[in-house]
Design a protein around this ligand. Structure first.
Ligand SMILES: Cc1cc2nc3c(=O)[nH]c(=O)nc-3n(C[C@H](O)[C@H](O)[C@H](O)COP(=O)(O)OP(=O)(O)OC[C@H]3O[C@@H](n4cnc5c(N)ncnc54)[C@H](O)[C@@H]3O)c2cc1C
Ligand SMILES: *[C@@H]1O[C@H](CO)[C@@H](O)[C@H](O)[C@H]1NC(C)=O
Ligand SMILES: *[C@@H]1O[C@H](CO)[C@@H](O)[C@H](O)[C@H]1NC(C)=O
Ligand SMILES: *[C@@H]1O[C@H](CO)[C@@H](O)[C@H](O)[C@H]1NC(C)=O
Ligand SMILES: *[C@@H]1O[C@H](CO)[C@@H](O)[C@H](O)[C@H]1NC(C)=O
Ligand SMILES: *[C@@H]1O[C@H](CO)[C@@H](O)[C@H](O)[C@H]1NC(C)=O
Ligand SMILES: *[C@@H]1O[C@H](CO)[C@@H](O)[C@H](O)[C@H]1NC(C)=O
Length: 583
């Protein structure tokens, strides 16, 4: 007895010590190896109730490591060749596009250590809302860290929760068109729009193509492998947005599994708080299983594909870029024109790619008349040292431009995946673009190893959405006045922690350079630095308070945690990867 008591005392002291040594911590999520981790038989039961859909995958690069059970040289060669393909990572249950989010715990290089410590432990390969429901209930009841993953594209590591149970929605990819009217469930109204219901793992390419086959288009991004799950919950911008609005503005209804394990249908008359929050407020509220979105009769589209030849005079390069930015609002965005500017103006002579997209234009001259003068002015402000050249093409339908019939991966021009990626961005409205500090702000946001990656995907359609249900949504209000999303990106292969740490500091500085021109504005939480100071204001703006209160109502226990997501500040991720509530 005495012996038991003293071991109880030891336990008490040990608990007390643990408690005292981690003063900021309340409840921690259960990690593998700890005594509360579910037993093998619990996992077996979970597998049985989902019809055998539980996976326990090894990290994809484990096949390259001789000390791993599945070592296989031929397979290693195959995956090494596929490593820069975003589709490869999407199709693997736990692989991730951006390597540092798995903390380099198993890289392709066999001379580095390989373990699964940076990855989810188990995965439910869900194909139905019930599979999702079972997984959410299991995670909640067992206090597990839960990961929600579709493609694993996320720049902020939000679908890379280590030591977790992961719900993988990649195979929830049905696509059903409803014809030219749709009645939101239970609302007693009929909307005269083309609508399509898609499983939340659906990737843009297949949706674009299915729509194109019906002479329809959907508002989606320029990447064809991004899935609707992360895109629509984050807001979603597109070359079509200056005309038709944000991706989230097109959503008419969705089904979601909430933290209590319910499957809810939400629309403008049912579960309206969730309907508002999930459309732009990010992935903190549950697992969406399907979205019903507006589709739009296709339009012809004119595209300018060009390149800006840069000079050794870095200042002139930025003078030229700033000129185009300043003109964009009144001379292009106003007419529904979108575009992208990608390149390295700090690098001296080289070229910056410029793509300008005008949906609903029937001849190349319509765009040429607007754009050509801007480009020649750009050359004259630099005395001819920076010049653009390119050509205009007319596509009979937008679909033929965005998802031509043959590609197997993202359109070229996107840097490959499988790297470490850093990114920072801010949204600029007209005031910011007319600020005399514009050139310096852009210049200070990158260096010669950094890609300027500016999206011109906003305009009248994002400011006053021509279509939006429920009276509004949680898209960051900064989008409602923005014209341009200047951004900086950097990527490098392999494991290089010193470079990562240095780059993280550089990116805080780059982000600050952009932000100081519009400190009351915000940025796009899907394409931003996860370390952005005051992310609540930056990613959610004035919506944050309401979002947090909805989060507290629907997810009291913090079942859905992800970095920079609503309510994420209530939890803290430790250096050892554990996740504990902040008390
Ligand atoms: C190459 C590339 C190009 C891009 N281009 C654009 C662009 O043109 N426009 C644009 O707006 N964005 C663009 N993005 C950003 C993109 O919107 C985000 O990376 C987005 O998070 C990807 O969503 P996903 O579902 O594919 O990825 P994932 O990494 O699987 O998921 C992203 C986040 O959404 C959550 N999530 C996924 N599915 C669900 C679901 N069913 N229910 C609830 N939460 C879910 C995940 O938990 C995670 O937090 C681009 C990204 C890349 C990599
Ligand atoms: C789940 O069950 C399926 C089918 O019985 C089996 O193939 C699979 O290995 C099981 N998963 C785990 C993690 O045990
Ligand atoms: C991965 O990179 C991002 C962006 O710089 C950073 O915020 C994050 O902390 C990095 N993750 C790790 C594990 O280093
Ligand atoms: C996941 O489920 C889909 C659909 O049933 C199946 O095609 C795929 O092979 C499964 N993936 C794995 C890794 O088991
Ligand atoms: C597309 O162009 C036609 C013809 O000019 C016009 O009637 C229509 O309103 C335009 N559509 C949009 C969405 O601007
Ligand atoms: C262009 O030339 C004018 C007149 O010589 C000069 O004032 C200006 O600084 C030059 N601009 C650039 C960007 O070189
Ligand atoms: C990442 O790995 C490094 C090296 O093994 C380790 O020191 C660090 O604590 C890990 N970080 C996390 C968040 O797990």
């Amino acid at each position: 007895m005495g012996c038991l008591q003293s071991s109880n005392l030891t336990l008490l002291l040990a608990t007390l010590f643990l408690f005292l040594s981690r003063p900021a911590h309340g409840l921690c999520k259960v990690t593998p190896g700890s005594e509360n981790w579910p037993s093998l038989s619990s996992w077996t039961d979970l597998n049985r109730t989902t019809g055998g859909r539980l996976l326990k995958p090894l990290p994809p690069a484990s096949v390259c490591h001789p000390d791993q059970p599945n070592y296989n040289r031929a397979r290693c060669t195959t995956i090494s060749n596929a490593w820069s393909s975003s589709q490869f990572h999407s199709d693997d249950p736990i692989s991730y596009d951006w390597q540092n989010w798995s903390n380099y715990s198993c890289t392709l290089d066999p001379s580095t250590p390989c373990s699964g410590v940076g990855y989810p432990v188990y995965v439910i390969n869900a194909t139905t809302a019930e599979h999702v429901q079972i997984a959410v209930n299991f995670a909640r009841d067992n206090n597990l860290r839960l990961n929600v993953r579709s493609t694993g594209h996320d720049f902020l590591g939000r679908s890379a929760n280590p030591q977790s149970l992961s719900v993988w929605v990649h195979y929830m990819r049905s696509i059903n068109f409803h014809g030219s009217s749709f009645s939101p469930q239970g609302c007693g109204i009929s909307l005269n729009v083309n609508a399509v219901t898609v499983g939340s793992g659906t990737q843009m390419r297949e949706l674009y193509r299915a729509a194109a086959a019906r002479a329809l288009i959907v508002v989606g991004g320029s990447s064809t492998t991004v899935s609707v799950g992360g895109y629509l919950t984050g807001g979603g911008h597109s070359p079509l947005s200056p005309l038709f609005g944000m991706g989230a503005d097109q959503v008419i209804q969705f089904d979601i599994v909430t933290a209590d394990g319910k499957i809810l249908t939400t629309n403008e008359c049912t579960n309206t708080d969730l309907f508002w929050a999930v459309r732009g407020g990010g992935p903190a509220f549950g697992v969406v299983t399907s979205f019903t979105i507006r589709a739009i009769p296709t339009v012809p589209t004119v595209v300018y594909g060009g390149s800006i030849r840069t000079s050794t005079d870095i200042d002139a390069n930025f003078e030229a870029i700033a000129h185009v930015h300043k003109q964009w609002s009144s001379r292009l965005a106003k007419f529904g024109v979108g575009g992208y500017m990608i390149g390295t103006p700090h690098a001296g002579t080289g070229s910056i790619s410029l793509q300008v997209i005008m949906p609903n234009a029937t001849s190349t001259s319509v765009l040429q008349k607007k754009l050509a003068p801007i480009l020649s002015e750009m050359a004259s402000v630099t005395n001819g040292s920076v010049k653009a050249s390119g050509f205009y093409s007319l596509y009979q339908s937008y679909g033929a431009f965005i998802a031509p019939g043959t590609d197997t991966n993202d359109a070229s021009g996107f840097p490959g995946t499988g790297l470490t990626k850093l990114i920072t961005s801010w949204l600029y409205d007209e005031d910011a673009l007319n600020d005399p500090g514009l050139k310096n702000a852009l210049m200070g946001a990158s260096d010669s190893s950094t890609l300027l990656f500016n999206d011109f995907t906003a305009g009248p359609g994002t400011h006053n959405p021509p279509f939006i249900r429920g009276g509004g949504n949680a898209v960051n209000p900064a989008w409602r006045s923005a014209i341009v999303r200047p951004a900086s990106e950097k990527h490098f292969p392999g494991l290089n922690r010193a470079l990562l740490e240095q780059s993280k500091l550089d990116f805080l500085r780059f982000g600050e350079s952009l932000r100081k021109l519009a400190p009351n504005g915000g940025t796009y939480g899907n394409e931003a630095d996860a370390a952005t100071p005051d992310f609540q204001q930056a990613f959610y703006g004035s919506n944050y308070e309401r979002l947090l209160s909805i989060k507290r109502t629907f997810d009291t226990d913090g079942v859905f945690w992800c970095r920079t997501c609503v309510g994420s500040e209530l939890w803290e991720e430790d250096a050892d990867g554990s996740l504990c509530s902040v008390e």
